[in-house]
Each structure stands twice: as C-alpha cells, then as structure tokens.
Design a protein around this ligand. Structure first.
Ligand code: LMR
Length: 396
C-alpha cells in the first residue's frame, strides 16, 4: 500500500524546529518559527493566563462536547475584540464566528467553506506570504496565485503593482491579506493604502480574507484592529481569521477563530450552518481549555487590563530588540542602511539575506531563520543578539 509513498519535504517553518532541536551546538539560537521569547529566552506564561487557568482548575467542570461552533462566550468575546462589541455588525448579529484550532484552523474552515461556495474562484496571496497560506488554500482545492507585495530594492511594499494586480483580478477572487504585522516581511500598508485596497476590493467584487495573527504586536490592540473597522465601514462581506497563539502565548492550546461578516442576521445564520458542517466533518467540535482561558481573560476586566499590559510589554521589547539589532549590526561592521529593521512591524524582520546566507547562518553559527531571509526578532534578547549580529555581518 505504501510502497510508492514519497518522503515529503520538511515544513519550511516548523521543520526548522526539528533541525534546531537536533543541533548539538550550545550557542544555537532559534529565530525560525514565529514565537515570542522573553528577555531570558524563555517562552512566557502570561500572568493573566496563569490566573485564568487557576480559576478554571479550581472550578473544574466535567468535559462534555462543546457545540460545533465552540464556546458561545468565547465566540462573543472574539467578536468584541475584533469588531468592537458595540458595533452594529456585532449587535445586529450579522457576523458568524466559530472557534477554530488556532489561526490556521480559522483559515482552513474559511477555505473549505469558500471552496463549496465558489469552487472555481482563484486565491491571491501576497508575494511573499506566510509559507502555509499557499499550501493551505491549495490543499483546500484552489488555484493559488500571488499579488506583488514586497519590493526588495525599496525595502518596502510595491503598492502600485499590488493595486494593479487586485484591479485585474476577476470578480469573486479570494484575496488573502495580513491585517497587521505582515508575515514574513514586517511591512504593513499605511491607513491610506488600506483605504485604496478596500476600494478596489469593493469595486472589483473580490472576497477579502484577513489573517489577523498578530493583533497588538504592531502599534497596539486598537490601532492594529483599526483596519477591520475600515472594512466594516466599506460595507463589504469579508472573512477574518483570528489567532491567540502569539497574543496570549498559548501556541500549543490552538486557540483561534473564524469570523464571516455578512449582510444580514439571516445570511449569517445560514453561513454559520455551513461552517458547522465543515467543522463537524473535520474534527467534530473544538477543545475546551484554551478558549475558556481566553474567554475568561477577555471578559474579566482586571484580567483583560493585565493582558493588555503584558501584550504591550511584548510589543515594546520587540521594538527595543529591533533598535538593538541595528546598533549591533553597525558595530559588527555592516555599512548599509538598516533603517528598514525598525520600519518593519511585528515579530519578523525580512533581513534581505538569501537562502544560501541563511543556510550559512544555520550551518556555521547555529542561528536558525527561514530560508526566505525571515528572522524572528521576538526571539532576540540581550544575551543572544550580539552573536546573531556578528554572524549576520559575517554572511552578508
Ligand atoms: C510562523 O510563521 O512562524 C508562525 O505563524 C508559526 C507557524 O505556524 O508557521
């Protein structure tokens, strides 16, 4: 049966973890996967999470099946965070939200639903995009193409080309957009550029699918969420996948969601019924614990305030690491303009290094980044940054 099965390549991001774990180099540094580590290189357990967990454990309940679409209080809390609890779209009930297995799970539910709805549609992702976007939508059965995004020469976004590609896309094309903290480049659209993109999406009748995996890591929770507000104002139907992996440091709990903004409550009810079929036939219904933790934090004012503070702490530390990286690279002799590193937002820096240079970083120095040149600046700290900068300087 399996004689003809070929060995699949390692995952370009998670596969690096396997390589990293097997590397005996004591000085190794993992800047591959998008995970925030604290100033001591440790994965944080947020205080708000620990407190919510303690409360949940003390009041431990039996574990029945959850509803197919997840915990109602959680789904409502997600809507409040993403769209604003008082927004007409939320209060009128025209958004269908389901709990998902992380942001990836939210994307997959949306992709499977869209494939049933509009099987001939094409999917456009940014060039480049998160490695898994292409694979996920391809596996859902779509032809996936890319719209121009990164401009290597300008160290920024080729906005003219991006807009032209969207203008040329046929109606019904699904356009995957990074709501904030673009993965992998770190370059985000300006508020004015977002408005122009939304105008084209609307006039061309394209289907926006916003991937929101880093809310709070750019400018702030509300600031990063403002783009969603612009989409609501435009009065179009759109998808948002939400991840709490990074913002709650709950990677392994797989807590996320999918929201579909519809025209009416009745439409949302029908969409929800279809999303439930997708979920039921994939994994039946979601797990309980992580979503309970997130719901508890988001709905308890003191814990919510603590979360905002802790998330701000992560954001501020990442920005400090960006500045320190520039200083250390200059000290290590790099002459080129490095201001792009502090212009980028979120966990990643698209370093501009090529695959051969990234492989040298790994092989000679034990510094693991993605072959695309992406490094996770959220994994830098005062102890490892000097070695990272010296190694980068050595390979450029
Ligand atoms: C990343 O891009 O490193 C993260 O989103 C983790 C993942 O699942 O790839």
């Amino acid at each position: 049966l399996f004689a003809a099965v070929e060995m699949a390549p390692r995952d370009p991001i998670l596969g690096l973890n396997e390589q990293f774990n097997a590397d005996p180099n004591p000085a190794k540094v993992n800047l591959g996967v998008g995970v925030y580590y604290d100033e001591n290189g440790k994965l944080p357990l947020l205080k708000c999470v620990a407190t919510a967990e303690k409360q949940l454990v003390e009041a431990a309940k039996p574990r029945g099946y959850l509803p197919i679409d997840g915990i109602a209080v959680y789904d409502k809390a997600v809507q409040g965070l993403v769209f604003g609890a008082a927004h007409e779209a939320v209060t009128s009930g025209r958004i269908a939200t389901v709990q998902g297995l992380g942001g990836t799970g939210g994307l997959k539910i949306g992709a499977d639903f869209l494939k049933r709805l509009n099987p001939a549609a094409k999917v456009l992702i940014s060039d480049p995009s998160w490695e898994n976007h292409r694979a996920l939508f391809t596996n859902a059965g779509f032809a996936v193409e890319a719209y121009p995004y990164y401009d290597a020469a300008a160290r920024g976004i080729d906005f003219v080309a991006m807009l032209a590609a969207l203008q040329a896309a046929p109606a019904g094309t699904i356009v995957v957009l990074h709501a904030c903290c673009h993965n992998p480049t770190g370059y985000d659209l300006s508020p004015v550029q977002w408005l122009q993109v939304i105008e084209v999406l609307k006039s061309r009748q394209l289907v926006p699918f916003l991937d929101m995996a880093y809310q709070g890591f750019g400018q702030g929770i509300a600031e990063d969420g403002a783009v969603i507000e612009r989409f609501l104002e435009a009065g179009i139907d759109f998808f948002v996948s939400t991840s709490f992996s990074k913002s709650f440091s709950l990677y392994g709990e797989r807590v996320g969601a999918l929201s579909v903004v519809c025209e009416s409550k009745d439409e949302a009810a029908r969409v929800l019924s279809q999303l439930k079929i997708v979920i039921r036939t994939n994994y039946s219904n979601p797990p309980t614990f992580g979503a309970q933790v997130v719901a508890t934090v988001l709905t308890t004012p003191a814990l919510r305030a603590l979360w905002e503070e802790e998330l701000a702490g992560m954001r501020v530390r990442i920005k400090a690491m960006r500045e320190l990286l520039v200083t250390k690279l200059k000290a290590a002799g790099v002459k080129e303009d490095l201001s792009f590193i502090t212009r980028q937002q979120g966990m990643f820096s698209y370093s501009g290094l090529n695959a051969a240079q990234m492989q040298r970083l790994r092989g000679e120095f034990g510094i693991y980044g993605v072959d695309s040149g992406r490094i996770c600046v959220a994994a830098l700290n005062e102890h490892n940054i000097g070695a990272v900068a010296k190694a980068m300087a050595a390979v450029v």
